[in-house]
Write a protein that binds this ligand. Structure first.
Ligand code: NAP
Length: 234
């Protein structure tokens, strides 16, 4: 099933995996809309891609409802939006743990709640490797990812014939780590790359590719694809 002329909304499309997905969908002929929080980042991304942007903060019920009121029914929706606050359970403020869930889990829930997806279309949620390869200090993110991976299976039943899937990336080099000092970021990515069978970390396009695949593959629903350069077996 080609996505040529299909309407695609990428929530989190201003950066990283979402941006790469929007660019790839556009290249494949789709009519693409990106959404993220209001601001310059969203506007610059839309300009660079030559597509429409709608400002929508996924932590707001009203904003997500407005987004899909504005787009109307669509064929494919992708959710990559998230800002994660992490730390050890004994020191991470409860408010920060809740903010992570609010953004990553409830954000995706709101998108599923308020979007209208045409029959045979798809919803793809990006989760992440911490659901199956937990790390000390990131329990809240692993929990959010695990919840999303369960959610897509339930929604694949409930929203059928709309198809619902998740892509769970390993370590991907995106602006998500922009707050780190550049030297430390490079050192971390090199260390992680050396430990992987593929000897590199992922690129945003590595994850955009299977997201487009989930849109195009009419047999895919209730699936969680772990794509991690072999991280889960290393
Ligand atoms: N990169 C990795 O190594 C990795 C690994 C595993 C899982 N993941 C997951 O993959 C997803 C995408 O990550 P990425 O690496 O592409 O990150 P990124 O480059 O930081 O992109 C995150 C996107 O989310 C948007 N966003 C953040 N908060 C939002 C909100 N409240 N409402 C609407 N949009 C919001 C941002 O746009 P604005 O700033 O314009 O709002 C941006 O477009 C995330 O869920 C992340 O947890 C990433």
């Amino acid at each position: 099933m080609s996505i040529n002329n299909k309407k695609v909304v990428v929530v989190g499309g201003s950066s990283g995996i979402g941006y790469a997905t929007a660019a790839m969908a556009k290249k494949n002929g789709a009519d693409v809309v990106i959404a993220s929080r209001p601001g310059q980042r969203l506007e610059s991304a839309a300009k660079a891609l030559g597509i429409k942007a709608v400002a929508a903060d996924v932590t707001s019920d009203e904003a997500v409802e407005n987004l899909f009121r504005e787009t109307g029914p669509v064929d494919h929706v992708v959710v990559t939006a998230a800002v994660l606050r992490t730390g050890p359970i004994k020191t991470l403020a409860i408010a920060d743990a809740k903010a992570t869930m609010e953004s990553k889990f409830w954000g995706a829930w709101r998108v599923a709640r308020f979007s209208t997806i045409n029959a045979g279309g798809s919803l793809t949620i990006v989760s992440g490797f911490l659901s199956v390869r937990p790390r000390a200090g990131s329990a809240i993110v692993g929990a959010a990812n695990g919840a999303l991976e369960s959610l897509v299976k339930a929604l694949a039943i409930e929203l059928a014939p709309v198809r619902v899937n998740a892509v769970s990336p390993g370590m991907i080099d995106t602006p998500i780590r922009a707050a780190m000092a550049e030297d430390a970021r490079r050192a971390l990515l090199k260390q992680l790359a050396d430990a992987l069978p593929v000897k590199r970390v992922g690129l945003a396009d590595d994850i955009a590719l299977p997201i487009i695949g989930f849109m195009e593959n009419g047999f895919a629903t209730g699936s969680v694809l772990f794509l991690d350069g072999g991280g889960s077996i290393a």
